[in-house]
Design a protein around this ligand. Structure first.
Ligand code: XMP
Length: 519
């Protein structure tokens, strides 16, 4: 059986920082989209057979000799194309126009004036109107390719937007995908629906049905093993796969004893109770605590936890036996090949914890049904599958768990202290209605003891730090500005209710220069 291709848009990535936003906006318009780096775009085109193409921005200049180009065949394919910023410049040059280096360029907010109607403006912008857009360019188009005409101008870019209506090619110097172009999402929706003629009916219900058919086709009557981390991604992947193949799926939950309060129990009752999914719950707390004795270096902790996790998981997988497939909750941002113009590997700040290497070692094939989704789309799919809100809306939690929130040596006793403080902090955040406004909030237990006084007694106990950040992807983050009264309420409760902590601090560090986790 071959599955029918869904209507889609191909986004060709030239390395812009905001290419992912184009995919987001297109999906928000109800149309499925995928990003492919410029150097594998031809292959992606063949596979997807898209109904339209968007060429992204990028840091290169078309005037450099070896700067990237779109496959020339795209311009002969007879489907609509939208070029954005660098994408506009390469399209113009590849079709016979001219681009020149600007001495100054235009960066940030600008205003364009609509000169002529075009299909992208239908129901949105009229001739003579002025609209805010976001510009970020050095080079600019100085001679249009044959068949193009100007439809909007700005002070710094006489060809701010051009169109070849006959071929259904559009080119913008500004970025419609960013929020600083207030009508940008509508322009993109016009392109994919109105110009490309797509219905805009891509929904999570449809995604669920398509994926179920795909999983059945991939797995046949084989056996699948899925490692649960306690987080949203692996849980959603498991529930979806179970819906597709039922008890051919077995989940393995390696409980390292480094979860937050009540979390391990929640995973077990959700899977065994609500969903009746076969689950192996391995209580490996003692193994992990023993191995962490005397370990204080953050990378050593991460490496030990990652390796031990894989060892335990592998043992269990062998016991279950006969599984040809390993399921993972890999998400789209982990999959998109980033286009590097600088060459060279990026520096490892922290070794991340995953089950990399296992499929090859055990000769298993991967099942990754969430590969095309962004984090908030996974949450939407989780809701579609009926997972409880408390699970679906959860803040991200790192694989190595509380171990990287206890600088210095980790022990069961310190984990228990931290769990109590963390639970109070999160409870207060939920009570204040702030949970969903925060990307991540957690307590950290410091290896520092300070003197305090409680009643008539001297105390000499640990310091707890509280962290809360806002972020959209975890790559950068800002601190959450709690009221002083909120923080003082949490501090008082923690000191009164948690034995072992007598002082509470708030972490005011953004990322960069800090990282979100402390280790
Ligand atoms: P940092 O601390 O690097 O964290 O600013 C960025 C985001 O990644 C999460 N994080 C991890 N997630 N395995 C994970 O699955 C890990 O080893 C890991 N380390 C950090 C962190 O919680 C934050 O959301």
């Amino acid at each position: 059986m071959t599955l029918p291709l869904q209507d889609s848009i191909l986004i060709v990535d030239f390395g812009s920082q905001v290419t992912q936003l184009i995919a987001r906006r297109v999906r928000e318009a109800g149309v499925y989209s995928e990003i492919a780096p410029f150097n594998s775009a031809a292959e992606a085109f063949k596979r997807l057979q898209p109904k339209g193409i968007i060429l992204s921005g990028g840091p290169s200049s078309v005037m450099w000799e070896d700067s990237p180009r779109a496959p020339q065949a795209f311009f002969e394919a007879g489907i609509p194309i939208l070029g954005i910023c660098y994408g506009q410049q390469t399209m113009m040059q590849q079709m016979g126009g001219q681009v020149e280096g600007g001495e100054s360029g235009e960066f940030g907010r600008a205003f364009i004036e609509v000169k002529k109607r075009c299909a992208l403006f239908d129901g949105l912008w009229a001739e003579g109107e002025r609209h805010q857009v976001w510009m970020s360019h050095g080079d600019k188009v100085t001679k249009l390719a044959p068949g193009f005409e100007v439809v909007a101008v700005s002070e710094g870019a006489p060809f701010a937007m051009t169109a070849n209506e006959e071929k259904r090619f559009y080119a913008t110097q500004f970025h419609p995908e960013v929020v600083h172009t207030p009508d940008g999402a509508k322009l993109l929706a016009n392109f994919v629906r109105h110009v490309c003629g797509l219905k805009g009916d891509w929904t999570m219900a449809e995604f669920r049905a398509t994926k179920i058919a795909e999983i059945r086709e991939q797995v046949g009557d084989g056996k699948v093993i899925c490692g649960l981390s306690g987080g949203v991604d692996s849980a959603v992947a498991a529930v979806l796969i179970h819906e597709a193949i039922g008890d051919q799926l077995t989940c393995v939950f390696v409980d390292h004893g480094l979860m937050r309060s009540g979390e391990a129990e929640q995973v077990v009752s959700l899977f065994r109770g609500s969903y009746n999914i076969p689950l192996v719950h391995v209580n490996a707390e003692t193994l992990f605590m023993k191995g962490l004795e005397g370990v204080t270096d953050p990378e050593a902790k991460r490496k030990f936890i990652g390796k031990t996790f894989i060892d335990v998981f592998e043992d269990e997988a062998r016991k279950i036996g006969g599984a040809g497939f390993l399921a993972q909750g890999t998400l789209y941002p982990d999959v998109i090949e980033s286009v590097s113009f600088t060459g060279g590997p990026s520096v490892t700040i922290k070794s991340h914890h995953n089950v990399g290497g296992l499929p090859e070692r055990m000769n298993m094939k991967l099942v990754e049904p969430l590969r095309e989704l962004f984090k908030d789309e996974v949450r939407a799919l989780g809701r579609e599958l009926g997972l409880p809100e408390i699970f679906v809306g959860r803040h991200p939690f790192p694989g190595p768990g509380l171990a990287i929130r206890i600088p210095g040596e980790v022990s069961k006793e310190r984990c228990d202290i931290l769990r109590k403080a963390d639970a109070i902090y999160l409870e207060e955040i939920r009570n204040a209605g702030l949970y969903d406004a925060i990307w991540q909030a957690f307590a950290v237990l410091l290896p520092v003891r300070t003197v305090g006084v409680m009643g008539d007694h001297r105390t000499y106990d640990s310091v707890c730090a509280l962290r809360a950040v806002t972020s959209t992807d975890g790559m950068t983050a800002d601190i959450y500005p709690f009221d002083a009264s909120f923080l003082s309420r949490v501090a008082t409760r923690i000191i009164n209710e948690v034995k072992g902590i007598n002082r509470v601090c708030y972490d005011f560090t953004s990322k960069p220069p800090g990282t979100i986790e402390w280790e």
